[in-house]
Design a protein around this ligand. Structure first.
Ligand code: ADP
Ligand code: MG
Length: 223
């Protein structure tokens, strides 16, 4: 029975994803078709339409490349990596964006953990989380990356000073295509969940007591 329940749950996620994809791609396609018809009819302001059309195509591009990431098989390139180096790489990568937004990223290091993991996927996981934090803080502030190791588990908290998560959406964040952003795809956290599944890890989402939110990643340490 448990297996059946598991399977039917999986199916509904697949169904949900399919419906989401269809919806998210149909919208820009409908708009592309409309603009093409206008241009075909010999309307002026073509330049303006071309610009919007490129944006719509870019939207489809982003969605499809994120979906391709999700559809990748089990992490195949697992090697021994250390968490400090991977996090430092990600922080360096996002440094200029943070600076532009006047956000300071602090990295608090605990015992360095060795992980058997796909380096690019673990980096992608933290890129998604820190990017989300940055996107919630357009007017500056600080992001704390707090890493520690306890009982064979590597824990990384990404703590931001954004507006936090409203009560009624906390449950929905990991669902595909749930987004509160104009330019969002709503796939970032779903990709994080997927990556963590492949690494026997877990993602907890908490609302901070005062301001902002905390995204906690748990990953098993190599022994
Ligand atoms: P996207 O970033 O494209 O919207 P995500 O899956 O990365 O998609 O995030 C889904 C939603 O979760 C966001 O639109 C936002 O509403 C919420 N969210 C994610 N990270 C944070 C955060 N640090 N603080 C507040 N809300 C967040
Ligand atoms: Mg995101």
């Amino acid at each position: 029975i448990e297996e059946m329940m598991f399977r039917s749950e999986k199916m509904s996620v697949a169904g949900q994803l399919a419906a989401g994809i269809a919806h998210e791609i149909r919208n820009p396609l409908t708009s592309l078709k409309g603009f093409l018809q206008l241009i075909q009819a010999g309307i002026s302001r073509k330049e303006e339409y071309y610009k919007i059309m490129v944006e719509e195509i870019e939207k489809i591009e982003t969605i499809t490349s994120e979906l391709l990431f999700i559809s990748k098989p089990v992490a195949e390139n697992k090697e021994t990596e250390t968490i400090h180096e991977m996090l430092q790489d990600v922080i360096t990568l996002l440094y200029s964006q943070a600076r532009l937004q006047n956000v300071q990223i602090n990295f608090e290091k605990g015992q360095n953990s060795s992980l058997l993991c796909d380096r690019s996927q673990i980096k992608q996981l933290f890129i998604n989380l820190i990017k989300n934090a940055l996107e919630e803080m357009p007017n500056g502030g600080k992001i704390d990356i707090r890493q520690r190791q306890a009982d064979g588990v590597c824990i990384v908290d990404v703590v931001d000073e954004g507006p936090g998560i409203p009560d009624n959406v906390l449950e929905k964040l990991k669902e595909p295509f749930f987004t509160t952003k104009k330019e969002g795809t709503g796939l970032g956290l779903m990709i994080c969940t997927q990556i963590l599944e492949k690494h026997n890890g877990r993602l907890d989402i908490l609302r901070n007591e005062t301001i902002g939110s905390t995204f906690s990643v748990f990953l098993p340490v190599m022994n």
